[in-house]
Design a protein around this ligand. Structure first.
Ligand code: CP
Length: 313
């Protein structure tokens, strides 16, 4: 792995998963692997889980961590050849090159604007840093992808599945929300779930189709109840429209995940990346119920990040 931006950067998916599961069993087994190495973390947007888990993962490898918040007034330019006479004070060309002299790995979080689909799907932040950095780049959630989240989700399903992957039915369901959210988690979850060979059904109201580049082989079902039938895992997430880009097309409360809906599954486990809006996306009874894996997913964020950092080191 030179960089970790998407599932496509994973060279041996089974070895990476084994490594993460091994760190989950014995977190400090490689505590000297990153001695004298520093992880630089750059946040253009806030984070609770990703920040803490990646930092803890680095500590468990013996690394030092420097975190920079770039979400308050520090605007970076990513376009080539631009006249920088507006409010963007620093070009990625210098920023990435300078950071490369000071840290050994650069981890970045940068959300999409959700107004210009082509711009967001070009992934200019990750692409710019990969181009001008001299050290590996780690994606902490970009405009269109959240690979460390999806890897932790794969770990969690691996720990809880009772059948082989191709006979394990995973349902990714859209859920209502009051804000327009990125497609990144849904794109990545689809990419990783299909990549690891699970049987994936995606359900959402019409108009919420994801970019087909991330969903080859998934079945699309517009009837949520039908999709849930016999599911082994139900993964709920809101996302805004990809086609009518960034728009909220529905807030239909009947798409909220309740116990009644979970009763349609095959004693299915419930998953969500968090944060979630209680009793809007998911009913309390499901989030707090015995089949909820959300806290286990969050804990696995540490070991997923640790395995990826270990590979990049
Ligand atoms: N799931 C996730 O990425 O959470 P944070 O936004 O808190 O990092």
């Amino acid at each position: 792995m030179n960089h970790f931006i998407s599932f496509r950067d994973v060279e041996d998916k089974e070895a990476l998963l084994e490594q993460a599961l091994s760190f989950a069993r014995d977190p400090w087994q490689s505590e000297d692997a990153g001695r004298h190495k520093t992880l630089g973390m750059l946040f253009f947007n806030p984070s609770l889980r990703t920040r803490l888990s990646t930092q803890q993962a680095a500590y468990q490898l013996g690394m030092k961590v420097i975190g920079l918040n770039a979400d308050q007034g520090w605007k970076m330019e990513f376009e080539e050849g631009v006249v920088m006479n507006a409010d963007r004070a620093e070009h990625v060309k210098e920023a990435a090159a300078v950071m490369s002299q000071m840290v050994d790995l650069i981890a970045i979080r940068s959300f999409p604007g959700l107004t210009d689909r082509d711009k967001d799907y070009r992934e200019e932040v990750m692409t710019g840093f990969c181009k001008y950095s001299r050290v590996p780049i780690l994606n902490l959630e970009s405009s269109t992808l959240h690979p460390l989240q999806s890897f932790a989700d794969i770990m969690t399903m691996e720990q809880h599945r009772s059948q082989d992957r191709k006979n394990t039915k995973v349902v990714l369901t859209w859920a209502p929300h009051i804000r327009a959210l990125p497609q990144a988690v849904a794109n990545s979850f689809s990419q990783w779930t299909l990549g690891y060979g699970y049987d994936l059904v995606i359900t959402h109201p019409e108009g919420y189709e994801l970019d087909e580049a991330f969903t080859p082989g998934a079945r699309i079902e517009y009837d949520q109840d039908k999709a849930m039938e016999g599911a082994d895992f139900v993964y709920a997430k809101n996302w805004s429209a990809y086609r009518d880009y960034g728009k909220i097309l529905s807030q239909d409360p009947s798409w909220m995940i309740t116990s009644k809906k979970m009763d349609l599954t095959s004693q299915g486990k419930f998953m969500h990346c968090l944060p979630t809006r209680r009793n809007l996306e998911i009913a309390d009874e499901v989030l707090d119920g015995p089949d909820s894996l959300v806290l286990k997913q969050a804990r696995n964020r540490i070991f997923a990040a640790q395995a990826v950092l270990f590979g990049l080191l």
